[in-house]
Design a protein around this ligand. Structure first.
Ligand code: SAM
Length: 232
């Protein structure tokens, strides 16, 4: 287990991402591109927000992360689900550079949502993902194209919340706390280390053995993030 910035971040990450429309839109794309899948590996699952959405759609998910704070929240979410969903949702400790024992050997999909930016060896993670996919299985990776413009993301999110009548005192307090922490993450050169343009990630994935492009765009987080889905 690794005690790092995500330990402080866990509560506020979970509280804010579950409210962010840009995060919800990204999860919708993951749900779209995992239609027809049965078994999904959620690598770097964090607090389990994506895992929970997949499990609610009827998929079986094995999620893992290496941060205790994030994992504790994922385990709490998993434990709160009805028994039938709990049976389809496993939460493990593990490193994305070398998947832990207990993840499916041949999954239908591997999701790396906002994870690669934190890893200095992204190709190790992508190779490991490929090795855990059945032929035709899908990799979905989403994350920042560059050091993100936090101000832009939060300003646009607040505009959307105001338009929806959701910008209440509780959300204002959660946002203020989260923005303070996120500024640390975004400005520390050691904290966000790997960025991709979608075209560059597609090229890397082709070189590593992925063959079929399913989706690639840079729409998420108001143009700050890439989204790529490729099949092996
Ligand atoms: C921005 S969060 C994303 C969490 C989740 N994928 C989501 O979509 O909400 C990044 C996560 O990656 C995890 N992480 C970073 N490096 C990791 C590694 N080497 N192995 C496992 N997890 C890692 C962090 O602990 C954190 O939970």
């Amino acid at each position: 287990m690794v005690d790092n910035i995500w330990t402080d971040f866990a509560q506020s990450y979970d509280a804010i991402c579950s409210q962010l429309n840009c995060y919800r839109r990204m999860v919708d794309k993951i749900l779209r591109d995992t239609q027809g899948c049965e078994t999904v590996i959620d690598a770097g699952c964090g607090t389990g927000l994506v895992s929970q959405a997949l499990v609610s759609r009827g998929l079986s998910v094995v999620g893992f992360d290496n941060n205790p704070g994030m994992l504790a929240l994922a385990l709490r979410k998993q434990a709160a689900r009805p028994v039938e969903e709990r049976r389809r949702w496993t939460v493990l400790e593990g490193d994305v550079r070398s998947f832990p024992p207990g993840v499916p050997a041949l999954a239908d999909a591997v999701v790396l949502n906002n994870v690669l930016f934190y890893v200095r060896e992204p190709e190790e993670v992508l190779r490991e993902s490929l090795a855990h996919l059945r032929p035709g299985g899908r990799l979905i990776s989403a994350g920042p194209r560059k050091r993100p413009d936090l101000q832009k993301v939060m300003t646009k999110s607040i505009e959307e919340w105001q338009a929806e009548g959701r910008w209440d005192e509780a959300l204002q307090a959660t946002t203020a706390y989260h923005v303070d922490l996120t500024r640390r993450l975004v400005t520390d050169p050691n904290e966000m280390v790997t960025f991709f343009e979608p075209e560059a990630l597609v090229e890397t994935l082709r070189r590593l053995g992925f063959s079929r492009l399913i989706a690639a765009d840079n729409d998420d987080y108001y143009g700050e993030n890439y989204y790529v889905c490729m099949a092996r």
